[in-house]
Write a protein that binds this ligand. Structure first.
Ligand SMILES: Nc1ncnc2c1ncn2[C@@H]1O[C@H](COP(=O)(O)OP(=O)(O)OP(=O)(O)O)[C@@H](O)[C@H]1O
Ligand SMILES: [Mg+2]
Ligand SMILES: [Mg+2]
Length: 574
């Protein structure tokens, strides 16, 4: 008897296969994905395979060398093995020409993480294909980032409690997780999750094409970014996988239409799971809303299948949930129209209107008078906390939606005196004033031909945007965002002693109207939103009767007031 395997925790919704018309739409989808440069060439694929072969050899050599150092015999040292796994888009088979290869190097217990950052890094440096190597041993997930024959590689390392790592090893057995430290557990998790996802979908190729489409659609609609409260790559993959389980014989075009329909109608916060959540051998938390209040607070939970199951959408807020649902609704409409030949797949992938649709925006500006490295640390930290500001804003009575944008904007200025720096700080980030400080902008690396003069210092600025949908009925009431902003400032400042140095690190929240958004947020050739009455010209001179108050100073204080949002724009410095 040939029963069809049931994928997932329920039976399928429908087991019918595609019609001729659906197959045609599916071919058109693939054509559109090709136009979008979703696929790489065979030659490029071959290059990746060869890189992985080389990495496997290097891994074996690495384990061998460490084993010999521990006085093992030649035979034992060789038998210690070592194996390269992959995860991320490459493992799922949805990578494009610009994707990296996410790799995990699994080593036996006598090889340490320290060895990875010394001996393995040394072996890498010895290869002529290596162009860059950046080890980050102190990261939450320690990593070596490198460029190998022009392809970015992320390398993680995990040490298992085994004497040997044979090539036949798979990571599916949860007992392999015994006696691992937290960093090893985190490193191994990515591979275990992607492996399981592929096991749990009925037709991996149907899943891949649908996921490729979602990976174009979601960033285009500005809803792909785990840090800012949207689903990230793993969550989108699991959402597509669940729809594939429900329609095991459908083609990718149909999966996409059902994806939008089912997820729009989903009884959130009912979780999306790909298989029953398992218990396991470790003293670690497994997602369980019956036990943990934090898990009950997840608004659109999407749960990873590999033990220990976690929620991949922990960061979603009420606002981002609303935005995601709006996009699902649009997805239903557009795909319905595609199925009745009124629209095409290109319509689905049209760019978002984030910088056109809100009357009011907050800009969160993290800046550093110092090195690029210092700024990366500071801006990265502020970025990782931005969703906390969103959470605080959306609880205010007058704010219907606090919608974070998924990509921070970066600029670096060269300056020579405090006055110049102050001028930059005061004028950066608004359409009206940005021209006045263009002279300070640092040319990008390719453009700059010479080194900066010695007395030139750098001012790095990262700007994040939050669109505000303000309740018009409460127009007469003041919306005071003083408290959430101050709390946000404190979170960022007080994280470390280093960040308290306001001479170096600064954080400003500015309040902008739509028409005063700076040019950086629009693509080249994109039409700026214009007021109906007065068309502004790019070279417009500064007006003295600015509707936007200037930041109080470049130095930071804890004084932030953004009162009366609908009526009185203001800016705020910290
Ligand atoms: N900052 C991070 N912290 C922890 N894990 C991360 C981080 N960035 C990425 N990862 C892990 O690495 C995986 C792959 O991330 P990556 O950024 O390479 O995206 P991807 O899905 O592979 O897409 P792409 O094709 O752009 O490479 C993620 O799914 C996640 O598990
Ligand atoms: Mg990747
Ligand atoms: Mg990566």
């Amino acid at each position: 008897m040939n029963y069809q395997k049931i994928y997932g925790i329920t039976g399928p919704v429908s087991t019918v296969g595609p019609t001729a018309a659906e197959n045609k739409l599916n071919d058109e989808l693939i054509q559109e994905l090709k136009k979008e440069n979703s696929f790489e060439t065979e030659l490029e694929t071959e290059k990746r395979v060869n890189i992985l072969k080389t990495l496997q050899k290097l891994t074996e050599e690495f384990v061998y060398r460490v084993s010999k150092k521990k006085n093992m015999s030649d035979g034992m040292a060789r038998d210690s093995g070592g194996k390269v796994f992959t995860f991320g888009s490459y493992r799922l088979g949805v990578h494009g020409p610009g994707s990296d290869i996410d790799t995990l190097i699994v080593v036996p217990k006598h090889v340490s993480r320290d060895d990875f950052f010394t001996i393995f890094a040394e072996l890498l440096r010895g290869r002529e294909e290596i162009e860059e190597i950046a080890p980050v041993p102190d990261a939450f997930v320690p990593i070596i980032k490198t460029q190998f024959s022009g392809i970015s590689i992320d390398l993680l390392c995990a040490r298992l409690d085994l004497a040997q790592i044979p090539l036949s090893l798979t990571l599916s057995d949860k007992n392999l997780l015994r006696n691992l430290d937290e960093k090893d557990l985190r490193a191994i998790n990515g591979t275990r999750v992607t492996d399981e996802i592929l096991e749990l979908v009925p037709k991996p190729n149907v899943f891949r094409i649908a996921l490729r489409a979602v990976k174009i659609w979601a960033p285009r609609r500005a809803i792909y970014a785990n840090v800012f409260g949207f689903p990230g790559g793993v969550a989108w993959a699991m959402l597509v996988a669940r729809i594939c389980q429900l329609y095991p014989n459908a083609c990718s075009a149909v999966i996409l239409n059902r994806f939008f329909k089912i997820l729009l109608e989903w009884k959130w916060p009912q979780p999306v799971v790909l298989k029953p959540i398992e218990d396991g051998p470790l003293q670690v938390r497994v997602w369980n809303p019956k036990i943990y209040a934090q898990d009950r607070s997840h608004r659109m939970p999407v749960i990873t299948p590999a033990y220990p199951s976690m929620c991949a959408t922990h960061n979603i807020t009420d606002s981002t949930k609303k935005v995601i649902l709006q996009e699902f609704e649009r997805g239903v409409q557009v795909t319905n129209d595609i199925f009745t030949n009124k629209k095409t797949w290109a319509d689905l992938f049209k760019k978002h209107e984030f910088f056109h649709k809100y009357k009011f925006y907050l800009t969160v500006v993290a800046s550093t008078r110092g090195s690029t490295e210092q700024h990366l640390k500071w801006s990265g930290f502020v970025e990782s906390k931005l969703r906390l500001l969103v959470l605080k804003l959306e609880t205010l009575a007058g704010i219907k939606l606090a919608h974070p944008y998924i990509k921070p904007f970066e600029t670096t200025y060269n300056y020579t005196s405090d006055e110049e720096c102050k001028e930059i700080m005061e004028n950066h980030g608004t359409y009206k004033k940005e021209d006045s400080i263009k002279k300070y902008i640092k040319p990008s690396d390719e453009e700059s031909t010479s080194e900066d003069p010695e007395d030139t210092k750098q001012f790095h600025i990262t700007t994040m945007y939050i669109g505000l949908d303000v309740n018009v009925e409460s127009k007469k009431e003041k919306i005071d965002i003083h408290v959430p902003c101050n709390e946000f400032f404190n979170i960022c400042r007080n994280f470390s002693e280093e960040f308290q140095n306001s001479e170096v690190f600064s954080l400003i929240i500015k309040y902008l109207k739509l028409y005063d958004l700076p040019n950086e947020v629009y693509d080249e050739g994109e039409t700026r939103p214009v007021k109906k009455k007065s068309k502004r010209k790019k070279h417009e001179k500064e007006h003295s009767n600015d509707s936007i108050k200037r930041p109080k100073s470049t130095h930071t204080t804890n004084d932030s007031t953004l009162n009366n949002i609908p009526e009185t724009p203001a800016s705020s410095t910290n």
